[in-house]
Design a protein around this ligand. Structure first.
Ligand SMILES: NC(=O)c1ccc[n+]([C@@H]2O[C@H](COP(=O)([O-])OP(=O)(O)OC[C@H]3O[C@@H](n4cnc5c(N)ncnc54)[C@H](O)[C@@H]3O)[C@@H](O)[C@H]2O)c1
Length: 312
């Protein structure tokens, strides 16, 4: 289940469908192409991860998801413009069959976005219950044994921990009182964890990084993971930065930009959403480069559209 059926989610879904049809290879998929070394290197035992670990096969996966827009996955993938039209046409019926469920959404947390496909409820807890119902219905309709929820939705405004995040009880009370420190993403997280569904956070949102969610995950024995996907510009940063750091070269500036230019870019034009992204991206480089080491040359740390880091 994907929360948000935009560029990332539809590219992922279309990719799996194309591989299933034999018209694409699973490039970039650790589970499908990766191997795992067993024993010593000299033993030459390196089975494919998918043969070694009991993972669901690509043919066994069923996709579903929520979005504030009513576009089905074909329309949304076309709009995102990531994949070629020819490829999308070959999997069009399968993509068209995936239609978004009504979302839990509040513009307060994503200022540059608005759409019609949104749930109504008497408070945030009621909305969480509606999401739980969606999860149960999806599971039943497709006779599924295991579910995973991945946040592929927009980056929300920058939030920090408040008393409502400190325990499961405080969080539930907070939802009943429509506490403003509980954004839409946390309502999805709560619903997933209550249903025993693992939750992966693909945005830099606070979502699972608060005691209430961690306690709930422990209590229900459900895995939680993630902080932004770290698959695009951040992946490249984390490849290049260790090389620069190893030679203590220091970095004068680091500029990166969203070339996809999709709704994600529009959302991140709002300074409050951008701050969430910036804090997460900046911390990656700060952690790797240790700017204090080369500080004497005059450290500044600045940011503008995209992300700029000056560490020496
Ligand atoms: N594009 C990338 O390469 C990349 C890389 C790393 C992380 N991310 C992060 O992944 C997320 C998705 O990126 P994208 O490029 O697919 O963006 P996108 O704007 O194309 O898609 C996001 C979708 O989420 C929907 N949405 C927003 N809030 C929602 C809610 N509360 N409930 C349901 N749907 C909601 C939007 O309507 C939109 O369709 C963003 O947070 C982005 O910052 C993207």
């Amino acid at each position: 289940m994907c929360v948000g059926l935009g560029a990332v989610a539809t590219t992922f879904i279309a990719g799996v469908l194309a591989v299933r049809k034999g018209i694409s290879s699973p490039i970039g998929s650790v589970t499908q192409m990766g191997t795992i070394r067993l024993g010593k290197r000299t033993e030459g035992r390196s089975p494919l991860v998918k043969d070694f670990v009991p993972l669901a096969g690509l043919n066994d996966i069923v996709f579903g998801g929520w979005d504030i827009f009513e576009d089905n996955c074909y329309e949304s993938a076309k709009h995102a413009g990531v994949l070629e039209k020819d490829l999308l046409e070959q999997i069009r019926p399968e993509l068209e069959a995936i239609k978004p469920w009504k979302a839990v959404f509040d513009r307060q947390y994503v200022k540059r976005l608005d759409g019609p496909n949104v749930k109504k409820g008497k408070n945030k807890r009621d909305l969480a219950e509606q999401l739980r119902e969606d999860i149960r219905t999806f599971k039943k309709e497709h006779n599924l044994s295991r579910l995973v929820m991945i946040w592929c939705g927009s980056t929300e405004i920058f939030l920090t921990e408040t008393p409502a995040h400190q325990s499961i009880e405080a969080f539930e009370k907070g939802m009943e009182e429509n506490d403003p420190s509980i954004p839409s993403s946390m309502i999805y997280t709560y619903a997933a964890l209550m249903e025993g569904v693992p939750y992966a956070n693909g945005a830099p949102n606070l979502s699972v990084d608060v005691p209430a969610m961690m306690d709930l995950a422990h209590k229900n024995q459900v895995p939680i993971t993630g902080k932004d996907f770290k698959t695009g510009q951040t992946l490249i940063k984390t490849v290049i930065a260790p090389g620069l750091k190893a030679r203590l070269l220091g970095v004068q500036g680091w500029y990166s930009t969203n070339i996809l230019g999709n709704r994600d870019g529009e959302v991140l034009d709002d300074p409050e959403s951008f701050k969430t992204k910036e804090e997460s991206k900046k911390s990656v480089l700060d952690y790797i480069l240790q700017p204090d080491l080369t500080k004497k040359a005059g450290t500044t740390s600045t940011s503008s559209a995209g992300s700029v880091i000056r560490c020496s």
